[in-house]
Design a protein around this ligand. Sequence first.
Ligand code: DGY
Length: 324
Amino acid sequence: MKPSVILYKALPDDLRKRLEEHFTVTQVENLSPDTLAQYADAFASAEGLLGSSEKVDAALLKKMPKLRATSTISVGYDNFDVDALNVRKILLMHTPFALTETVADTLMALVLSTARRVVEVAERVKAGEWNKSIGPDWFGVDVHGKTLGIVGMGRIGMALAQRAHFGFNMPVLYNARHHHPEAEERFNARYCELNTLLQEADYVCLILPLTDETHHLIGKSAFKKMKKSAIFINAGRGPVVDEKALIDALQNGAIHAAGLDVFEQEPLPVDSPLLTLPNVVALPHIGSATHETRYNMAATAVDNLIAALEGRVEKNCVNPQVRQ
Ligand code: DGY
């Protein structure tokens, strides 16, 4: 008999078929208490779990006594209680290599659109305000040649540094847990303490995972250290930033502008003050959201689950030490 799995995100037809060749699949809309009650038997017998953007915590794991592997269609796994998975020796698989270049494109899009006020001025054109040659009230600021600070020099940070160095001739500063000789050699990137980076960068780009250590890493005192002309970009995880402090910094002119793909609460509440500020570009967490990359992520997640449940994990595993 094929092992049972719960699928909590729709898949393209061919990937769904690939999953069904290996498993008996029950697709559910989400992992809410109502869904758990409705599909109690399927959750109770499932050995695998596949999806994204839902909390997988100890309470859920209790309802899934046979679970052996979870596979998330994302690189980030802050939705998972990894300690609880480890205790039960449940594998957690993710997609660290599928989205690097696409998220780096998103970061560059945020840099360019905030600097050149692309969204704001395009809206003004649509509103019929372009009725004479434009003046300084339409101008932005340069990107090329300015200093880019990257907080978090993982794969995506490296791909951003590559774009900034080769494409825009930008000096690159970075802060990370470790020095990255490759970034220093290939992109002339300079390692510095976080405070130095905040003080010196024209663009402060955050691309960090959410952990206990990174929660609210950037708050009031960090914004105070940045240049008044600084543009702040976040495409990692929202709660790495104290959003209230960010709103104050933008309202008080402590920094110039912000380009944000992630927020403390997602979807961003429609009454968020961020949506009233002309110097904010707010995106709906589109970091990896291209047809090609989302397909590749889903395909990787399907293959990851098959490998995990068939006992041949070689890569993409967050907790390989629990392998039995
Ligand atoms: C991830 O994979 O963690 C990204 O945030 C999705 O865009």
